[in-house]
Design a protein around this ligand. Sequence first.
Ligand code: OOG
Length: 245
Amino acid sequence: MNRLAEILDEAALTGRAVPRLTDRAALDVPAAYEVQRAVIERRRERGETLIGVKMGFTSRAKMVQMGVDDVIWGLLTDAMLVESHLDTSGLIHPRVEPEIAFLLDRPVRNPADAAAAVGAVAVGYEVLDSRYENFSFTLEDVIADNASACGFGLGPWHSPRDVGNIGLLLEVDGRPVASGSSAAILGDPVRSLTAAARLAHAAGIELQPGWVVLAGAATAAVPLPAGAHVRVSGAGLGHVEVTTR
Ligand code: OOG
């Protein structure tokens, strides 16, 4: 597991894509999550701290785009939080997608309590950068690769509210490039939060107060070029912007 984690970690650090792990190793889903944990362990050894989790493939649009059909999760560290600028020069082939984010204000000990633990909601975006050549992978590969997590940004936090049908718009350089409803996220992003709590529980990880849960994209992801201005807005939730170089 450690050797496989090292391959993915090195790919992220050097910005050089690697062949799929499943081309060289037999990985099932539990083993793939072990690799993911080892990837995160390497980041923690470099001083990064866990600040949340992300869900993947929670919408049809993403399942179809990437050719996989199961909900997965990945872990978010403080180093992934993007402020107003993102340097893409060290990245492989970044993509961006709009997201709904939850902020937890108490620990989630039981998946049934997840919705009640939400302290705030926001619109956000996720930057994906698969460490695999051609952004192509099996379910096990993408799990091992921490669900392609690379970075994320958040709009202003709002008091908890129904986010079951929020219009989401992603603009690049003033042009709308993706739009959808948060209803595309498992029918309601709160289901994604509950799924995150279930996966966390099964993995022996407790979702912590102050952690962010990204519920997954409502649209397909779009390429994120250098020198771009990206704006993601959510009806009633304001917007978040990032400039890349
Ligand atoms: C994997 C991550 C998928 C989502 O929102 O569905 C994901 C990928 O597409 O590279 O984060």
